[in-house]
Design a protein around this ligand. Structure first.
Ligand code: FES
Ligand SMILES: [Fe+2]
Length: 465
């Protein structure tokens, strides 16, 4: 597969690498951010019917969605005994409950009598018991059978054993994870290097400051993949090309479930063919205005000090302004942890960004059994204030397929535009999958390795590996 160019293990965009730039920052960046772990997963085309076929989708449901760890909600969604949260995925519904002893449980959201959902889909709230709305049979929060009207008619039911069955449940990073597979390996094993890499980014000490939930017109994998590479910045987000090292981004793959990119901010794209001074760069960064708290008046006066860089000046400014806004001290953070887009993917459907400027979490779920429609949860995890008074998690704001992210009224206009651009390609892509005379898509070996890795992992589940 190397007949037409440089072999994939050495073919990289010319110019300094991500690791070079982080090293140039000269601060205490986590070492793992400079360690590259690209792997060669081949160069075969990825068939389009993986995105469109109902049979392939159904195979994914049976052999993948029912066997993977997936986060259902945040711990702060169910802080007190009696709190519950309903997580829906594909056509399954799961009831997350905190019992009187503070223990978390995940129950199939279905009555043992005639199957009625114990709590409505997409709901949350607080309840002393889990009482079926049809005939009133109840279960205690810990899953034991409670009140049973007309139990005389059920001599064939062993009341001692008629407890709600449980799914596997665990927590990490303030997220509550569930798994339908009773034989699933522990979550910690599944997450591979993630807990180690996130030692300095404790997501359990952050809260959901913004939450947008948008329907997207494409297969769940296409939706994830729109966010796994930064090559598309050049064409899809041309307004950002001066301030991001798009084609110099670093892509890493770890085991079966985790991949990562490190996308530099404050360093010009290799596609820029004019010289940019550090001051030009800083001006361009402030011009993007992705963070409300930056303030235009401050930006006007900001200069890169002698011997410093745009990255350092921008990072220090951000640590100060966001530190004041969030009531936290961020001066210990390295430049890359402050401003770069560092994205970890957790198979099959979650992206987690730990940096200060980009504190997002993405989750993509199929809508029911429809291979053509997905649901995108976009969450901003803001560090808890040091005062200890933590705001309640933000309620999700629902957007439909053709709504703009700006309609949620919680994003800066520059960021809303970026998400509109990212998701704006999906309908055309899903239609193109069905129209193509070519059987599948042809991926770049380096910049799109995370997409190939996702398919590789899907196949391992479908092949029962
Ligand atoms: S279906 Fe639940 S009590 Fe009858
Ligand atoms: Fe994008």
């Amino acid at each position: 597969m190397t007949a037409y160019g440089t072999p994939p293990h050495i073919a990289r965009c010319p110019g300094p690498s991500t690791a070079d730039i982080i090293a140039r920052d000269g601060d205490n960046a986590p070492k793992h951010l400079m360690e590259e772990t690209w792997v060669d997963l081949g160069s075969e085309d990825i068939n389009f019917d993986r995105y469109t076929s109902q049979a392939f989708f159904d195979d994914e449901v049976e052999n993948m969605w029912k066997r993977v760890w997936q986060w259902a909600c945040r711990e702060e969604d169910v802080p007190e005994p009696g709190d519950y949260f309903v997580y829906d995925v594909v056509d399954h519904s799961v009831l997350i409950v905190r019992d009187d002893a503070g223990q978390l449980h995940a129950y199939p959201n279905a009555c043992l009598h005639r199957g009625t959902q114990l709590k409505p889909s997409n709901s949350c709230g607080s309840s002393k018991e889990l009482r079926c709305p049809f005939h009133g049979i109840s279960w205690k929060l810990d899953g034991q059978l409670g009140a049973f009207p007309c139990s005389w008619d059920f001599p064939h039911v062993d009341k001692q054993q008629w407890n709600l069955p449980e799914l596997k449940l665990d927590t990490w990073g303030g997220f509550i994870w569930i798994n339908f597979d009773q034989n699933a390996a522990p979550l910690q094993d599944y997450l591979d290097i993630l807990p180690e890499h996130f030692k300095q980014w404790d997501l359990s000490k952050r809260f959901v400051a913004k939450h947008i939930r948008k329907r997207l017109p494409a297969n769940w994998k296409a939706c994830v993949e729109a966010f796994l590479e930064s090559w598309h910045v050049l064409e899809t987000h041309p307004q950002g090309i001066a301030t991001v090292g798009d084609a110099n981004s670093q892509y890493d793959v770890y085991g079966k479930h985790i991949s990562r990119f490190v996308h530099l901010v404050g360093f010009p794209s290799p596609h820029i063919d004019r010289d940019m001074s550090e001051q030009d760069m800083l001006d361009a960064l402030f011009g993007e205005g992705m963070v409300d708290e930056l303030g235009d008046d401050k930006a006007d006066k900001m200069r890169v000090p002698d011997g410093s860089t745009a990255r350092e000046t921008f990072a220090k400014h951000l640590q100060k302004t966001l530190g004041e806004a969030y009531e936290r001290d961020f001066s210990h953070l390295s430049i890359t942890e402050t401003i770069d887009a560092i994205e970890y993917f957790v198979f099959p459907n979650t992206c987690i960004f730990p940096s200060l400027l980009f504190p997002m979490v993405y989750r993509f779920r199929p809508e029911g059994r429809n291979p053509d429609v997905s649901i995108f949860d976009l969450i901003f995890l803001q560090p808890n204030p040091e005062s200890g008074v933590i705001p309640d998690p933000a309620e999700p704001i629902d957007l439909d397929v053709h709504d703009s992210f700006s309609q949620a009224n919680v994003l800066d206009p520059g960021l809303a535009l970026i998400y509109d651009q990212d998701t704006g390609n999906l309908e055309a892509q899903q239609r193109g999958f069905k129209s193509s005379f070519k059987k599948g898509q042809t991926l770049g070996n380096y910049q799109e390795v995370r997409i190939r890795h996702l398919h590789h992992s899907v196949d391992q589940y479908l092949d029962n590996q």
